[in-house]
Design a protein around this ligand. Structure first.
Ligand code: SF4
Length: 438
């Protein structure tokens, strides 16, 4: 499974080759309308808080994965579930979260008994069954059956997110995934047969040397499978992964950037044609089906994280738990919490983070007035010349909302250059206003 906070950008040198407005000047506007439709009627409160629960074990470790996840080799899952519930009693009692996300790792690896124990326990402690507008369970095809889907639904799960990644056996094997294409399609069916109205599939594109036709076939099959949400990520070579080691040894050379750009833009267009609005760099949803929990991250609303390595952003503090499940367990059992780091970000850091997350939403962008309330910094003054220059180059634009609030958004060109935009807003010059305020 991929991280909703992953960034995506392409080299400035080749952006002109892939701008869809070339020959279709209306397409970007149509995509923005579809993105708005994906997020309309999303009942999130700015003052609300969300709950994330991390389950760190997987059946095996995928080659490309740099998440805090570990191959399960007999570790005590029951003790882990009990530790999460103990932590919940410390930090999430009567939290009444507006969304819940049980992620990993592979939470569907839990036995029915432990899934029951975890979800009933969380419901008793946090009250989520009454408050949550969306409760997602991440699952992988090899550990997701019709029976487990049915149990999850009975226990308050409202949305399933399935790690499909590819429908090609050779690609799944190369990734060291443990499921096959048939299991992937069965898992998609199982979720819908038991009545989940909200179902996401994760896919990865730009497998080295893959015939592009195979990607388009996979994409169309998954889009037509009855899901209402798709996350499509480019294969990335993260430090420390088996994939990167192979790449450095001369195997698995990355696809060239032009090809990746063409796949990215073609994917956006295919999703658009299938009725899925691209409301975030890598995320596409039918009308009203955007992932509420991930919108909480992109809009910089509050969330509490439970479990090994989980992050929280709550009451002005950023907290990260100990990443190792063993350390997490031992520390929770002794102290009830397992905090590795707790920080109150400086106003400048917070403002930068708000921009970094919000610019990923092409139709929303960043509400600068809300950002100013949170940080007491005016973004236009704070970022000064670098931001003016991005506005002049039309990589960013300023718009006014219905309440006269100011929004900063990426333009069609800028949307493909988000990493570069962020680099310009945080230059490594220690005299820059952005640096000084941190
Ligand atoms: S299933 Fe694979 S990609 Fe997902 S968290 Fe586990 S190891 Fe990582």
């Amino acid at each position: 499974m991929k991280d909703s906070r992953q960034t995506k950008s392409f080299p400035a040198s080749s952006r002109d080759k892939i701008l869809p407005s070339k020959g279709r000047p209306d397409l970007w506007q149509q995509q923005l309308v579809a993105a708005r439709s994906a997020t309309e009627n999303t009942p999130l409160k700015e003052s609300g808080v969300s709950l994330y629960v991390h389950f760190p074990y997987c059946q095996s470790k995928c080659r490309y994965c740099d998440f805090n996840s570990y191959a399960w080799t007999g570790q005590n899952m029951e003790a882990y579930v009990d530790a999460v519930l103990q932590e919940a009693r410390s930090v999430a009692k009567e939290l009444l979260p507006q969304t819940v996300f049980i992620g990993g790792g592979t939470p569907s690896l839990l036995s029915p008994q432990l899934l029951d124990r975890l979800l009933r326990g969380l419901a008793d402690i946090s009250g989520f069954v009454h408050s949550s507008k969306e409760t997602t369970l991440e699952a992988n095809p090899e550990s997701f059956s019709r029976e487990k889907a049915s149990l999850a639904k009975d226990l308050g799960i409202t949305r399933i997110s399935l790690g499909i990644q590819s429908l090609r056996q050779e690609v799944l094997q190369a990734y060291d995934r443990v499921h096959d294409p048939e299991q992937a399609l069965k898992a998609l069916d199982a979720a819908q047969e038991v009545g989940f109205a909200h179902c996401n599939a994760d896919l990865i594109f730009a497998f080295p040397g893959q015939n592009p036709e195979h990607w388009w076939q996979d994409l169309h099959t998954v889009l037509a499978s009855g899901i209402d949400h798709l996350s499509a990520y480019e294969l990335s070579y993260e430090p420390g992964t088996a994939l990167t080691r192979l790449n450095q040894a001369g195997r698995w050379p990355a696809e060239n950037p032009d090809h990746c750009q063409a796949l990215f833009e073609g994917t956006r267009q295919a999703c658009h044609q299938a009725g899925f609005g691209g409301y975030e760099v890598s995320n596409f949803a039918k009308s009203g089906a955007a992932c509420l929990h991930n919108l909480v991250y992109w809009r910089s609303h509050s969330y509490v994280g439970l479990g090994a390595g989980a992050h929280s952003w709550y009451q002005g503090n950023r907290v990260q738990n100990l990443p190792s499940p063993e350390d997490y367990l031992a520390t929770i059992q002794n102290r009830g919490q397992a905090i590795q780091e707790k920080q109150r970000p400086s106003p400048g850091t917070l403002l930068f983070e708000i921009l970094m997350m919000g610019l990923r939403l092409p139709h929303e962008g960043v509400n600068l007035d809300r950002a100013e309330k949170l940080t007491e910094l005016d973004a236009l003054e704070y970022f000064g010349d670098p931001l003016s220059s991005l506005l002049d180059r039309k990589w960013l634009c300023l718009e006014t909302g219905s309440q006269k609030e100011r929004y900063l958004r990426a333009t069609e060109t800028g949307f493909l250059l988000l990493d570069e935009i962020l680099l310009q807003l945080l230059p490594d010059d220690s005299n820059s206003p952005a640096r000084k305020a941190q």
